[in-house]
Design a protein around this ligand. Structure first.
Ligand code: HEM
Length: 279
């Protein structure tokens, strides 16, 4: 397995490749900051946590907060535990870890091993190919079968909406990256050049489109997951009522529970009895 960037350095200088990566990084930072300002999400987040502070029924000490952060990282972030559907969870793990491997290996190869004079340790080129393949497997699985539009709404897979910008540019970047590397290594220079242009364009859309896509969810979701667990632990519960426990007489006799007084405790699967496929 070889480092495709060191082959490319024969025609495009390493300084150009490195500048491109720095520019993409700057676009992501800029897009995320504009997104936060534009949607007023930081303002909402701080107002919400002020309200939560007023509504909390107990104060967490710093050890409890630390333990919530560790639990969130270990569960919601590292294992995508927020997903209830196991297929969506596996597809998310594949795209998330695949993209991290692909990105990390790209940065290492372009900055530390950009020319053939400096032999690339096999691990980085291996991670680059495996990462791109993982994104393709998880991403196409998601695109053709798992997406709500297709699996529950019955829309054909080729219907596009703006919300698809992230998944499609992510898939295109990894797929065209792979195809460019393979064609370049096989000496197909015309096809290699075409895939290289598509690889550059799709990565420009992926990293430059942060403001319009859900790219930034990878930064916001962990913060939201921590906030949610804290709201459960300190009793502020995002201003929602506590889940009713009908085995507790005080809860059972509440006025709003009147219609459920004679209902069995376990009321079965309800709408989860079958998949939502009645279109
Ligand atoms: C490299 C990092 C990541 C990648 C490439 C990635 C990729 C994706 C993709 C492709 C989707 C489906 C997109 C769509 O609906 O158009 C998705 C959804 C989701 N991701 Fe990630 N993700 C990453 C990091 C994270 C992290 C760190 C978290 C949480 C801590 C997270 C939580 C979620 C959740 C909860 C959804 C589904 C909810 C929704 O559709 O809004 N992701 N992610």
């Amino acid at each position: 397995m070889m480092n495709p960037f060191s082959t490319l350095s024969g025609s495009i200088s390493e300084a150009v490749m490195q500048t491109y990566i720095i520019a993409m990084f700057a676009l992501v930072v800029l897009g995320t900051i504009i997104d936060v300002v534009h949607k007023k999400s930081a303002q909402y987040f701080f107002e919400n946590s002020r309200k939560a502070k007023e509504a909390r029924i107990r104060t967490l000490d710093s050890a409890e907060v630390r333990s919530i952060v560790v639990k969130t990282v270990a569960s919601d972030v590292l294992t995508s535990a927020e997903f209830c559907n196991p297929h969506r969870r596996v597809a998310h793990l594949l795209t998330m870890y695949g993209f991290i491997f692909f990105l990390l290996a790209t940065v290492i190869m372009v900055f530390f091993y950009p020319t053939s004079g400096n032999a690339t340790p096999w691990l980085w080129s291996f991670l680059w190919y495996v990462g791109a393949l993982m994104v393709c497997i998880g991403g196409f699985w998601f695109w053709f079968f798992i997406r709500v539009d297709v699996s529950a709404e019955g829309n054909p897979w080729y219907n596009l909406v703006r919300a698809d910008l992230f998944i499609l540019s992510l898939l295109a970047t990894n797929l065209f990256g792979l195809l460019w590397s393979i064609t370049q290594a096989s000496g197909m220079s015309l096809l290699g050049g075409l895939f290289l242009v598509l690889f550059i364009l799709s990565s420009l859309v992926l990293f430059g489109g942060v403001l319009w896509s859900k790219f930034a969810h990878m930064f916001f979701k962990p913060a939201a997951a921590i906030q949610k667990r804290i709201a459960e632990a300190d009793g502020s519960l995002d201003n929602l009522p506590e889940p009713a426990d009908r085995t507790d007489p005080a809860s059972r006799d509440r006025h709003s529970m009147e219609l459920l007084r004679d209902a069995p405790l376990n009321m079965g699967l309800g709408i989860k009895r079958e998949k939502p496929q009645h279109y």
